[in-house]
Design a protein around this ligand. Structure first.
Ligand SMILES: Cc1cc2nc3c(=O)[nH]c(=O)nc-3n(C[C@H](O)[C@H](O)[C@H](O)COP(=O)(O)OP(=O)(O)OC[C@H]3O[C@@H](n4cnc5c(N)ncnc54)[C@H](O)[C@@H]3O)c2cc1C
Ligand code: FES
Ligand code: FES
Length: 496
């Protein structure tokens, strides 16, 4: 096996300053490290579960092109060990003496803060957006700002002045301090890149951050019971909310081979370690509905960290990506030691959070077929809120039609309707071999009750879930056959 350098220490930049961490607990969060060790208390703890954004910080990484890119993440659910090789920027880094960053000054000018608890988090989301806009030469509109700030909650100011501040700051250039931070990262981070595995052992616990897929597979063969960690948007909560002790963690976020996103003639390849945001263009290339679905997963902070592999690995019955992957006929690529295997993704889910993943095995990526000209596809997310909410029901459909408009193949899957993301065989049978008409849809809507026995819970009752699932199938029919205006009317009826 690849020999890990035992007890190596994470090295990173905190703002402009280099840091090397001695971690007594390999699952110590970035938020704990900042507030308790560094006494940087601008970063707040609101929920400790990735929901409120009060803990938002910026992570800078230097690409192979030498360009430093920032992303906003929730410090409360990221482990400090994952900072290795990165730059961590907090609200304390932005001002230069008395001179505030433009986003801070704009918040002051627009009266965008009252109690102030949420303000550092908003500042950091706005700072990352400001940096991205300056790099791209882009000017954001109100909708773009709303999307960017959807993961930051404010209980007292109201959002209009905050959004106004972000819009006002957009016309200001990046200040010298922001350029200084960027230059420091560009100079220091390449020297911190590792070719070997970072290995921490403390308090009887182990944390490994392999740099290659071979190293990851070897480590997993050695520690088959290890917890795999990707973006930590599920695993982080096991520690902060469930207070689980994770004895051995293998972090996959530094494995370059898992991040690949490649368009090939018949399909898209998305590596298990690609974040939702990194994979957004691929999803948009597959279908606009998929890009819209991804835009509604969590918040920007969650999509900046959460990965497709993590969504599949977590195997939640309400994970948003799975119905679409099943309907599209995606193939899952797994690896155990040196051996790889491929399976249709629907075969991966065996029971409630039970999967076909063997001990010592990991997900490498997903191959997602492109749509043919005679195929129709849609996926919808129904939840109580538009942003930052978990689905009550999430269906996905792919129909293949012949020249006469007869359905030759139907693939339908739902999240939120069973203990696993599951296909609807009886509904598919009610469609196959029939013309794609309102009568066929009515028969298929009835068949949905034979495929699923949805649960009642705080998100939705069983009756509501079934009714919504039926109406969404009708919406899909209208969307693929009727003028667009009619579909929008119906979409509102379904939501009501
Ligand atoms: C505030 C908030 C909002 C959220 N909103 C949504 C939402 O709207 N829709 C939604 O679907 N989810 C949502 N989630 C859940 C979560 O973001 C997703 O499930 C995400 O895809 C998890 O990815 P990750 O990289 O963070 O996984 P991690 O937390 O790192 O890992 C999750 C699981 O997958 C396993 N795993 C990770 N990588 C691999 C791999 N390569 N091979 C095998 N197993 C692996 C881990 O061991 C673990 O069991 C939300 C979470 C939070 C905190
Ligand atoms: S403390 Fe609420 S998102 Fe981190
Ligand atoms: S200013 Fe009080 S929570 Fe936003």
């Amino acid at each position: 096996m690849t020999q890990a350098s035992v007890s190596s220490r994470p090295r990173f930049l905190l703002g402009l300053e280099p840091r090397t961490l001695d971690l007594a607990d390999p699952t110590r969060t970035v938020l704990e490290y900042l507030r308790l060790d560094e006494r940087r208390r601008g970063t707040k703890e609101g929920c400790a579960e990735g929901d409120c954004g009060a803990c938002t910080v910026a992570l800078g990484e230097c690409g192979a092109d030498g360009v430093v890119r920032y992303r906003a993440v929730n410090a409360c659910i990221q482990f400090a060990a994952t900072l290795d090789g990165k730059q961590l920027v907090t609200v304390e880094d932005l001002a230069e003496g008395e001179r505030l960053h433009p986003v801070q000054q704009a918040l002051v000018d627009a009266h965008g803060s009252q109690c102030g608890f949420c303000t550092p988090g908003f500042v950091m989301s706005m700072y990352v957006g400001h940096e991205a806009d300056k790099a791209a030469g882009a000017t954001p509109d109100r909708q773009a700002i709303n999307d960017r700030l959807a993961g930051n909650l404010c209980r007292c100011t109201g959002y209009r002045p905050i959004v106004d501040a972000a819009l006002a700051a957009a016309s200001e250039p990046a200040p010298a301090q922001a350029d200084r931070l960027r230059a420091a990262a560009a100079a220091a981070l390449p020297a911190l890149a590792r070719a070997d595995t970072l290995a921490i052992e403390a308090d009887g616990r182990r944390y490994f951050a392999p740099a290659t897929l071979d190293q990851a597979a070897d480590l997993l063969a050695q520690w088959p019971g290890a917890t795999l960690l990707a973006g930590g948007t599920d695993v982080g909560l096991w520690v902060t909310k469930l207070h689980k002790r994770l004895d051995t963690v293998i972090y996959l976020g530094d494995v370059v081979e898992l991040k690949g996103i490649v368009e090939r003639p018949g399909h898209w390849w998305i590596g298990a370690g690609a974040t939702y945001n990194e994979a957004l263009a691929a999803f948009a290339g597959l279908h606009p509905d998929l890009a819209e679905l991804v835009r509604r997963i969590g918040s920007l902070q969650i999509r900046n960290a959460g990965t497709l592999g993590g969504n599949i690995g977590n195997a939640s019955p309400i994970g948003d990506s799975m119905p679409a992957l099943i309907a599209l006929g995606a193939q899952l690529h797994l690896r155990r030691g040196a051996a790889g295997r491929v399976m249709p993704i629907e075969d991966y889910f065996l029971g409630y959070r039970r999967t076909a993943l063997q001990p010592g095995e990991l997900i490498v990526g997903v191959e997602i077929p492109k749509l043919a000209a005679n195929q129709r596809f849609a996926t919808y997310k129904v939840s109580k809120r538009f942003d930052q909410d978990i689905s009550a029901v999430c269906p996905a459909y792919r129909l293949t039609l012949d020249d006469q408009g007869v359905i030759t193949e139907a693939r339908i899957a739902h999240g939120g309707m069973a203990a696993i993301p599951a296909r609807a065989p009886r509904t598919e049978a009610a469609l196959t071999g029939r013309p794609w008409t309102a009568e066929t849809v009515a028969a298929a809507m009835a068949a949905l009750a034979d495929d699923y026995a949805p649960i009642d819970d705080m998100r939705a009752s069983a009756g509501y879930r079934l009714k919504v699932a039926r109406n969404l199938l009708r919406r899909f029919h209208l969307a693929t056959t009727a003028p667009q205006t009619r579909v929008h009317v119906l979409a509102k009826e379904v939501a009501a």
